[in-house]
Design a protein around this ligand. Structure first.
Ligand code: 9WN
Length: 437
């Protein structure tokens, strides 16, 4: 369904640019001054993808300032804290994470999905001559290689060649129902041991619950107390997420293009992409990619395992994101699922974050149903990748109409389009700008 009243492109473009200029801090962009007043990892990648149309130079600075917080082991932390912001403006802040890697940059210790190589490549292409003159790709390439190496070695916790996330925040889809069963095994930190700040700025109905937060805090504190050492931490939560791994594949393809542009051999990246793609296939069942729970207790005698492969039954939008993988063998079945009753691509205001028919569906609560602009952008890219132009055009129009009609909301009700969470949210503006360009 295309929402009526798609605004004139020039005014929407200007409005999106105003959001990005307003959220710019001098070297990077905050997702939202109120709710998220620091630099977030995958946000910066999406933001650069839009910002490149406004200022390729600024998009480069955005990404390179994020890479400035990279750890010696190659990880790119999910938050890079701004020293200009009050230490308790966001929870958990720098005092909780206690992670100062080098220099004076304070960061979190977990990661987010690896969209960065794709963002670097797209940013370079926005002004390839000037980017080459500035040595942008040459500086980013070794950092991206180290980042992917970290993920493919330290985070291959299942030994299958897929990356595992060790915290729901690492998925970028914090309270997705796909994490519910795994989280239920985690004893939450006492609620009086921390103070949330998110609910100062957004309705409690639109956010994760206190119980979720207790578990998030517990998991992060365990990792922190083991020095963020992947070999030593007893991870109670470890899952292979299809979105995270599909983005790594897309980024390996981008790294191959970057290597080629630099006159280097792209083969190692193409081989990595191929290996990841065949490992990703083990997450496919019943028309959708599902997360694999690496901590699933073995079935008791006489009990039948939920699925033989340890796959989580909950279906989320993360399972559709592999559509952007070039040459994906499962694309046809995945497209059927996307258009079917569970996700109703083209039949609701924008693709929902969780199965519309699922038992945990909530139209307004964060990643438990609402439609998000970044996942719609990724699926739009996947539709184009697989030649589904009409569906891609319709999703593009839906995204633009909703961005315009909600003052660039963070997420929306998939049925009504009602805005939820933050407004003037950076990646919503950036990705709208990208689709207008
Ligand atoms: C925790 C910044 C981030 C996004 C995530 C989104 C939300 C943070 C939070 O905001 O997560 O990282 O405080 O809820 O879930 O995808 O990167 O926009």
């Amino acid at each position: 369904m295309t929402a009526p009243g798609t605004p004139e492109a020039p005014s929407l473009r200007q409005a999106a640019e105003r959001v990005l200029l307003g959220n710019w801090t001098g070297h990077s962009t905050v997702p939202s001054h109120s709710l998220y007043p620091h630099q977030w990892s995958w946000d910066s990648a999406f933001i650069a993808i839009g910002l490149r149309h406004l200022s390729p130079r600024r998009a480069q600075v955005e990404l390179e300032s994020l890479f400035g917080s990279q750890w010696p082991d190659g990880r790119i932390p999910h938050i890079s804290f701004s020293p200009a912001v009050a230490r308790d403006a966001y929870f958990p802040g720098p005092d909780f994470w206690q992670a100062k890697t080098h220099g004076s940059v304070e960061t979190s210790g977990i990661v987010q999905p690896p969209v960065h190589a794709l963002a670097v490549w797209l940013t370079h292409q926005a002004d390839a001559r000037e980017s080459a003159r500035r040595g942008f790709l040459a500086r980013c390439y070794p950092k991206l290689v180290a980042w992917h190496r970290y993920l493919r070695t330290c985070r291959d916790l299942g030994g299958r060649g897929l990356v595992a996330i060790v915290h729901p925040w690492e998925s970028g889809m914090d309270n997705s129902p796909a994490w519910d069963d795994a989280l239920a095994r985690i004893t939450p930190a006492p609620l009086d041991s921390f103070t949330r700040r998110d609910t100062d700025h957004a309705s409690t109905d639109d956010r994760p619950t206190d119980l979720d937060y207790g578990r998030y805090v517990q998991l992060a504190a365990t990792y922190r107390d083991h020095g963020y050492d992947d070999a030593r931490t007893p991870f109670g939560f470890a899952l292979e997420d299809p979105c995270f791994n599909a983005l790594l594949i897309a980024s390996e393809h981008a790294l191959a293009a970057i290597a080629q542009a630099l006159g280097l051999d792209p083969d190692r990246h193409l081989v990595a992409a191929e290996q990841l793609t065949s490992a990703l296939a083990t997450l496919f069942t019943e028309g959708l990619f599902h997360a694999r729970d690496l901590r699933l207790p073995p079935p008791q005698a006489g009990e039948v395992a939920a699925t033989s492969a340890g796959l989580v039954p909950a279906g989320s939008v993360a399972g559709l994101v592999p559509l952007l993988v070039p040459g994906l063998l499962q694309a046809g079945e995945l497209l059927e699922t996307a258009a079917g009753p569970r996700f109703r691509l083209g039949g609701v205001r924008m693709v929902p974050s969780y199965d519309l028919t699922g038992p945990a569906f909530e139209a307004g609560r964060y990643w438990r149903g609402p439609s998000w602009f970044n996942t719609a952008w990724l699926i739009h890219r996947g539709l184009r990748e697989h030649g589904r132009t009409a569906e891609a055009d319709a999703l593009r129009n839906d995204l633009l109409a909703l961005a315009a009609g909600t003052d660039f909301a963070e997420y929306v009700d998939p049925y009504t389009g009602e805005p939820r969470g933050a407004r003037t949210f950076s990646w919503t503006a950036a990705l709208a700008l990208d689709l207008l360009s």
